[in-house]
Write a protein that binds this ligand. Structure first.
Ligand code: CA
Length: 406
C-alpha cells in the first residue's frame, strides 16, 4: 500500500469512530430534548415533526467559538452599512410603508426613520434574512458547544412559535445562532416583543413588513425609547478634554457638557439643558465625537456594539435628510460603499481571482485575493478592501503605477 494511501486509511479509521460518537451524542441529546419538550410548552407532535430526524450542523458549533482575526475598522463598518444605496432604499421604504410607519409611531412612539434604519441594517429591508434553518442550528447548539442551556431555551421558544402558528417552520431561516426574519430577533426576543400589526392573528416577522416594523418599534419602546429625544449628535470637543469624561454610560446633563466647552458640530445649542448624554469617540481622539442620549442605549440593546448603534443612528439621520459626519475618520484610506466593494470584486474576477459571487460582502476569498494583489504590489498585506485598493485595481494591471489616494 502506498504510504500516502496508508496514511489516509489510518486517518479514516481514526475519524469514523469520532463521527459515530458525535451522531450518538446527538441522537441521545434529541431524545432528551424530546422528553423535556412538553414541560416547555412544546407538544410531542410538533417536536417530532420538526426536530426528529434532523442532522446536526457542526459548522454552527465552529461559529460559536470563531474569533475573526480580521477586525473591521469602524469606517469600513459604517461605509458598508450607511451608503447611498441604503439611504435611497430606506427613503423608498419610508414612502412605501408611510401609512404603517405613522400608525407604528402613534402606537409605540418611535419615529419612522429610526424603525426603517434598524430594518435596513438588520435585514437590508427584509431582503437578507439569512439562509440557515434555525431549528437545525438551535438543536445542534443545544447538544454541542459551550452554551447548551441558552440554546435549549431558544430552541423550545422557537418551537413554541411553530406551535402557535406564527411562522411556518420552513421559513424559519436566519443566522447561524438562530436570529431570524426581517428583524433578526432571537426566538426569546420574538416571544418578548413581537407583535401582530397587520391583524391576521400571526406575529409573522418573516413575511409581514408591518409585523416586522411594529415589532422593531416595540423592541425600542421596551428598551426605554423616548419619543422626545434625539439619539444624540456629533459634537466638537475643546482641546484637552478629560479622558475620564468619555463613555456612553457616563451620562451628564447637556448643560454640564456645555460648561466643559463641548459644542454641537452643527452650531445648534446643547438643549434641553437637563437631557443626559454620554460622550463617545468611536475611533478615539482625532475622529468624530458624539453625545448620545438614552435613545442610543435603546438601539444598543438591539445588538451590544457602539459601532452598530451608531450605524443605525446615523442612517436614521441620513434618511431624514441629514449630512455625513463633519469630522473625518482618522485614516488616509477610507472605507468603501457596497457598490465600490462590488467593483473591487468584479476587478478581482477580471484579474482571474476565483472569488465567487459578486455580492459586495468582503469574505475570506475576496480578502485572500486582495492579499495576493498587495503582495505583488509590495504593499502591506492586510486583505482590506479600502479606497486605495479600489484605486490600485482600477489602474491597468500592467506596469502602470497606482494612482495615489487623494
Ligand atoms: Ca400578522
Amino acid at each position: 500500500m502506498p504510504k500516502q494511501l496508508a496514511t489516509a486509511v489510518a486517518l479514516l479509521v481514526l475519524l469514523i469512530p469520532a463521527a459515530q460518537g458525535a451522531d450518538e451524542t446527538f441522537d441521545h441529546c434529541v431524545e432528551e430534548l424530546r422528553a423535556a419538550a412538553p414541560a416547555k410548552g412544546v407538544s410531542a407532535e410538533v417536536f417530532d415533526r420538526n426536530i426528529r430526524g434532523l442532522q446536526a450542523d457542526m459548522s454552527v458549533v465552529a461559529s460559536l467559538d470563531y474569533q475573526p482575526e480580521f477586525k473591521t475598522p469602524i469606517w469600513d463598518y459604517l461605509s458598508g452599512l450607511v451608503d447611498d444605496e441604503r439611504i435611497a432604499d430606506g427613503q423608498a421604504m419610508l414612502d412605501q410603508w408611510a401609512g404603517v410607519l405613522t400608525a407604528v409611531q402613534a402606537r409605540y412612539g418611535v419615529d419612522p426613520a429610526t424603525v426603517v434604519a434598524v430594518w435596513g441594517v438588520e435585514s437590508n429591508f427584509g431582503r437578507n434574512v439569512g439562509k440557515r434553518p434555525i431549528l437545525t442550528s438551535l438543536t445542534t447548539l443545544s447538544c454541542f458547544g459551550r452554551r447548551q442551556d441558552y440554546f435549549r431555551s431558544e430552541l423550545f421558544t422557537a418551537l413554541q412559535i411553530v406551535e402557535h402558528g406564527d411562522v411556518e417552520p420552513a421559513r424559519l431561516t436566519g443566522s447561524w445562532a438562530g436570529a431570524f426574519g426581517q428583524t433578526q430577533f432571537m426566538p426569546s426576543t420574538f416571544a418578548r416583543v413581537a407583535v401582530d400589526f397587520d391583524g391576521d392573528g400571526r406575529r409573522d416577522l418573516v413575511s409581514s413588513a408591518p409585523d416586522a416594523l411594529a415589532s422593531t418599534a416595540n423592541f425600542l419602546a421596551d428598551a426605554g425609547w423616548s419619543p422626545d429625544l434625539p439619539w444624540g449628535f456629533e459634537v466638537a470637543l475643546p482641546t484637552g478634554i478629560d479622558d475620564s469624561l468619555i463613555g456612553r454610560r457616563k451620562k451628564r446633563p447637556l448643560a454640564e457638557w456645555a460648561a466643559h466647552g463641548v459644542k454641537r458640530i452643527d452650531g445648534q445649542p446643547l438643549e434641553p439643558a437637563t437631557t443626559r448624554a454620554g460622550l463617545i469617540l468611536p475611533a478615539g481622539e482625532g475622529g468624530p465625537a458624539f453625545l448620545v442620549t438614552p435613545n442610543f442605549d435603546a438601539i444598543y440593546a438591539y445588538n451590544a456594539a457602539e459601532s452598530y448603534a451608531l450605524a443605525i443612528a446615523h442612517l436614521s439621520d441620513r434618511l431624514r435628510g441629514g449630512k455625513p459626519f463633519v469630522t473625518r475618520w482618522p485614516t488616509d484610506d477610507p472605507g468603501l460603499s457596497r457598490a465600490e466593494r462590488r467593483e473591487v470584486q468584479s476587478l478581482l474576477l477580471q484579474r482571474g481571482y476565483a472569488i465567487g459571487e459578486i455580492d459586495g460582502v468582503i469574505g475570506s476569498a475576496t480578502r485572500q485575493a486582495i492579499e495576493d494583489v498587495q503582495r505583488q504590489a509590495g504593499l502591506e498585506v492586510d486583505g482590506r478592501a479600502g479606497r486605495r485598493m479600489l484605486e490600485l485595481l482600477r489602474a491597468p494591471a500592467t506596469k502602470a503605477a497606482p494612482q495615489p489616494a487623494d
